[in-house]
Design a protein around this ligand. Structure first.
Ligand SMILES: Nc1ncnc2c1ncn2[C@@H]1O[C@H](COP(=O)(O)OP(=O)(O)OP(=O)(O)O)[C@@H](O)[C@H]1O
Ligand SMILES: [Mg+2]
Length: 569
């Protein structure tokens, strides 16, 4: 409930540099009279400007400033709500917008949008709703029935205090959009992390495969070389055995050489003897006397000696032949031994070569073994890669968990969104109130002597059934009938507001409602209803002062004196 206390303004439209002030809380019905242009409707602009920063009529802000003084346009409104006293000060040239709560200025920096703060948290009404329940004017006032269904919905939601659901819906919508963005980003992050994981995994697999292949290769080489060593060792054994065997043959060399020497010596002795025997034979054959004693050599002796000597020669020749044969044999044997010795040497060279090969191969195996150790050390460097893969995996799991959380959160928000959208909770509440609204409208219409059956449906479309006629819409009706409908709706909104204790106010201003289309009957009926309203400060702006004045406890008169509007008490 907003209890307006005072409204004052200066340098607004035709008002000059002195405040025009209205008391809004003395529970009276005030008739506002004055000539055209005297400044009556200015009070509506003052009130709307103070609360919403824009005039009730379609006048832009610079044009609100009094054109003579052209500065210092100030409007102030004071009211109580939620057990607090508020004062709003608004000005043009210079621009002022101040909200005072219990005499203290509300920090402008604390609320991002000062106006929004005022509408949402203090007066809890927006411009549209305010003008539907506080002001009924002829000028630039759009009756409820001429508003779009969206605007109708907004006003009713405001009245029923269910705009919080729209606000919540807005927040949920933003959150949903945000979550959708976050989900998309998260999916993208997961994709990137997955790619990173796959690359790292491939890198590790490649490294491992390379290592394994190298290890296999080196192991294969080591085993091949070990086989070679074994083959070489086998050969050495064979060669050594052969050398051992051949060595036995060579062992006879000294003996054979001694034999040859002996045979040669014997041979030379025999040949020496043979030469002596032949010389002796030659002596006996050519000499008949002894050269020493000069005695003749006996023939018998000579023959005997010759026979003996010839026998000896024959024996020597025979012996020589035998020795020659033996020598040839022994020499052949010695040659064979020499050949064997050569063979042994060759074999020993082979053994030495094999030994060298074995040594070299062993060295090579050692080198391969060292390389294997190095490969194993390389395996420990892939541990670093494994650790990195592990970290990526943890991040990936985290991201996936976040995504799950987001998806879960999204489902909650989607559920909330469904509840909060127009067809959700709000429709349920509106559905509950629609029969009450329709009942109230019909009650007020009947009070205004207008007997029709008005019905507003869930989509805020009206059908109006007259008693004798078919279904009508608002536009079918005459101006006076329309005005009755407008009045009935306004009174209904006020009643609903009172029921809800939400957007209720103690102020009602009717600008020329009685002047245009209402007939005498309508005027009287309306006055009756207005008098029945409780706790309301009613301001009725009218040119029909003469007819209406006895129906009001209070009359104020506006006059324009020297181009400035004033209230004449
Ligand atoms: N910027 C301005 N500076 C000075 N006067 C202005 C300015 N804008 C409008 N006016 C005048 O202020 C007056 C506004 O009066 P207002 O509309 O309140 O009259 P009213 O008493 O409601 O008249 P009516 O009975 O014709 O509705 C008009 O005379 C208008 O010409
Ligand atoms: Mg007017």
């Amino acid at each position: 409930m907003i209890l307006f206390r005072t409204l004052r303004w200066k340098n607004l439209l035709s008002t000059g540099n002195h405040f025009t002030e209205l008391k809004l809380n003395n529970n009276t019905n005030t008739l506002v009279v004055g000539a055209n242009g005297s400044g009556k409707s200015t009070m509506l602009d003052a009130l709307c400007f103070a609360l919403f920063g824009k005039a009730f009529r379609n006048i832009n802000k610079p044009n609100l400033v009094n054109s003579i003084n052209n500065k210092d346009c100030v409007v102030e409104v004071e009211f109580d709500t939620n057990n607090k006293s508020y004062k709003i000060v608004r000005g043009i040239k210079p621009n002022i917008f101040e909200i005072y709560c219990n005499g203290e200025l509300v920090d402008q920096a604390a609320s991002r949008d000062y106006q929004e703060y005022l509408e949402r948290f203090i007066i809890k009404l927006n411009y549209k709703s305010f003008t539907q329940i506080v002001i009924l004017g002829s000028a630039s006032f759009t009756p409820f029935m001429q508003l779009s269904s969206t605007d109708r919905r907004a006003i009713i939601e405001d009245l029923l205090d269910i705009q919080i659901f729209s606000t919540m819906n807005g927040i949920v919508k933003d959150k949903l959009a945000n979550i959708k963005d976050l989900t998309t980003n998260k999916k993208h992050e997961i994709d990137l992390e997955q790619q990173k994981y796959d690359l790292q995994k491939k890198h590790i697999d490649d490294l491992k495969q390379n290592n394994d292949e190298k290890v296999k290769e080196y192991e294969g080489e080591i085993s091949g070389n070990a086989n070679t060593i074994s083959t070489l060792a086998d050969q050495i054994e064979l060669f050594s055995n052969e050398v051992q065997q051949l060595q036995i043959l060579v062992n006879e060399k000294v003996e054979t050489e001694a034999k040859v020497k002996k045979i040669t010596k014997i041979e030379s002795q025999i040949e020496s003897n043979l030469s002596k025997f032949r010389k002796d034979i030659g002596f006996f054959q050519h000499n008949n006397d002894c050269p020493t004693c000069r005695q003749a050599i006996a023939m018998e002796f000579k023959e005997k000696e010759l026979t003996l000597l010839n026998t000896k020669v024959t024996e020597c020749d025979h012996g020589l032949k035998e020795l020659e044969k033996k020598l040839t044999e022994e020499q052949a044997k010695l040659n064979s031994i020499n050949e064997t010795q050569k063979k042994i040497q060759e074999l020993q060279i082979k053994i030495a070569t094999n030994n060298t090969s074995i040594t070299e191969t062993n060295k090579y195996i050692k080198k391969l073994e060292n390389l294997l150790v190095e490969l194993k050390n390389k395996n420990s460097s892939t541990k670093k890669d494994d650790d990195e893969l592990c970290i990526i995996n943890v991040t990936l799991t985290d991201l996936k968990q976040h995504l799950c959380d987001l998806i879960e959160e999204k489902t909650y928000y989607e559920a909330a969104f469904n509840l909060l959208k127009d067809t959700g909770i709000k429709t349920k509440i509106v559905k509950q109130y629609l029969p009450i609204i329709n009942k109230l409208v019909n009650k007020y219409l009947a009070s205004l002597d207008f007997f029709v059956n008005f019905n507003l449906d869930e989509s805020f479309k009206e059908t109006i059934k007259s008693r004798h006629r078919d279904e009508f819409t608002y536009n079918n009706f005459s101006e006076g009938e329309k005005q009755r409908i407008d009045m009935a709706l306004m009174l209904t909104w006020r009643a609903v507001a009172k029921l809800k204790n939400s957007s209720n106010t103690n102020l009602l201003i009717l600008d020329e409602v009685f002047d245009s289309s209402l007939d005498t009957n309508g005027t009287e009926e309306l006055m009756k209803i207005l008098h029945m309203l409780e706790d309301v400060n009613l301001y009725v702006i009218s040119h029909k002062g003469d007819i209406l004045q006895d129906k009001f406890s209070n009359i104020i008169r506006f006059e324009k004196i020297k181009n400035f509007s004033k209230v004449i008490k």
